[in-house]
Design a protein around this ligand. Sequence first.
Ligand SMILES: [Zn+2]
Length: 76
Amino acid sequence: MTLDHRLLSLLVCPVCKGPLELVRDAEARPLELQCPADRLAYPVRDGIPVMLESEARSLADAPAGGAAAGSWTSAS
Ligand SMILES: [Zn+2]
């Protein structure tokens, strides 16, 4: 049982309460948690997920699972 699994089992999207998808960086560390339904990505800072809608990044123009290479967009 990994920390990642614990994270995913405990965390849900604060907006829609749906499941989140973990995205890793190039070193396989947790990078952010994405909500496909809301197209939001919550950052993981020092291994701690920041589950705040105000901190979330928009995924509107990013392909699913490709957040690491996606562009940061300003909130509309
Ligand atoms: Zn959501």
